[in-house]
Design a protein around this ligand. Structure first.
Ligand code: NIG
Length: 401
């Protein structure tokens, strides 16, 4: 297997240290990629010989984004609903039914094609690892199609049958379906189970029932909680040891304390908060209390129609009070924790000798530029498991200039 030396790295963010407080930056660095893995990291002046060399010429290199909350399997869009929201209407869970109807009408091939297009869009902005969910089928056949489509496109798949009780079915009957035959059908294709714990979707007891059924089927647990109002979602997630509780906009002190004393990651979704005009989650207080956080795009047609992790990172810095390093950590290593991929041979979100070579090159000398130059497409190349891709915007670009 050939070894590729990447040199000329002005700033290498490894995320190999155990927290975002530790210094994980190497200046004037180099690394070697071999067999999809990082084979060497160190000062450029000490780099070993390799079969080929790419000189990134004073740019910053960091792990690829780990986007752990997306809903890419859907058809149609909800631009009209978005416009109404921007004119003052409040977001409500019921909009999910609009996407459900379009998704049920689409073929599996079309669902795969559109999810793939969104994944490519994410990759062109530096994402190298991505989770996605079912949740717009909401009957057995459509959730199964969605689970298979998701498994074709994403690295991690979550079953979200408990997204909304679809029109035309009794609530109890739907819960029995989600926790019984639907779960059994999708289980071979998914890794996690999730539920939308919110007024208008499912209450705490219903979510507990869904998650426990998923656990009994061998799935990991995650939860949508405290998005539109205060409630018991976060505490349920902590009680059940969920890998992640996502949204977290409306938190009481007790929720922050519960998260801080737990291994559950609070996954924050700033693009969604802008698009729904919800208050941002108390990111600073969460971090200061000792909670773990992640940042994700929440790409979906209802509340957050963007695949851009750089946009989320910039927003977290500019509007949520995170430092650049905290935001970058939350979108890489913190996110890896939210899907149980922080440690071990399949770890993502960090650059370590022996680990996966999933990385991105910015057209900037440091990660600070992600927030300093918001909205500018800075990602000029990614390597995913050692394989290089050039984002379409920069396809003709030579990294050495
Ligand atoms: O994460 N909150 C629940 N689910 C999605 C939005 C679903 C929709 O409105 O289509 C979210 O924001």
């Amino acid at each position: 297997m050939t070894a590729e030396l990447m040199t000329g790295i002005a700033e290498l963010t490894t995320q190999a240290a155990e927290s975002s407080h530790d210094d994980d930056r190497l200046l004037d660095a180099a690394l070697v990629i071999e067999n999809g893995r990082i084979a060497w990291i160190g000062p450029a002046a000490e780099a070993p010989a390799a079969d080929s060399t790419v000189d990134v010429n004073g740019r910053a290199v960091l792990p690829g984004w780990v986007d752990t909350h997306t809903h890419l399997v859907f058809a149609g869009d909800r631009a009209a609903e978005f416009e109404a929201r921007m004119a003052g209407q409040r977001y409500a869970a019921g909009g999910i039914a609009t996407t459900m109807a379009a998704t049920r009408a689409a073929s599996e091939a079309d669902l795969v094609a559109s999810a793939r297009r969104l994944r490519r869009e994410a990759e062109s902005q530096g994402t190298t690892f991505l989770e996605t969910k079912t949740g717009y089928g909401l009957d057995l056949a459509s959730e199964l199609r969605s689970a298979r489509a998701a498994a074709e496109v994403a690295d991690v798949v979550t079953f979200l049958g408990a997204h909304l009780v679809p029109p035309g079915i009794d609530r109890r009957d739907y819960l029995d379906l989600v926790t019984g035959p639907m779960l059994q059908a999708v289980a071979p294709h998914v890794d996690f189970i999730d539920a939308f714990c919110e007024t208008g979707a499912f209450d705490v007891d219903e979510c507990r029932e869904v998650l426990l059924a998923g656990r009994a089927a061998g799935l990991g647990l995650r939860l949508h909680g405290n998005q539109l109002g205060a409630g018991g979602g976060v505490r349920l997630a902590v009680e059940l040891g969920c890998a992640s509780v996502d949204h977290c906009n409306h938190l009481a002190d007790a929720d922050i304390d519960a998260l801080a004393g737990s291994g559950t990651v609070a996954t924050l979704l700033p693009a969604c908060d802008l698009s729904t005009r919800e208050p941002f989650p108390p990111a600073r207080r969460l971090l200061d209390a000792g909670a773990h956080i992640a940042l994700a795009s929440n790409c979906n047609p209802g509340t957050s129609y963007t695949t851009s992790m750089p946009f989320c990172v910039a927003t977290a810095v500019l509007q949520m009070g995170l430092t650049v390093r905290e935001a970058v950590w939350a979108a890489t290593r913190g996110a890896a924790r939210a899907v149980g991929r922080e440690h071990g041979p399949d770890a993502v979100g960090s650059l370590r000798v022996g680990g996966r070579a999933d990385l991105q090159v910015l057209d900037a000398p440091s990660v600070a530029h992600l927030a300093y130059r918001p909205g500018v497409p800075l990602c000029v190349a990614t390597w995913t498991e050692g394989v290089r891709a050039l984002p379409h915007l920069h396809a003709s670009r030579d990294l050495s200039t």
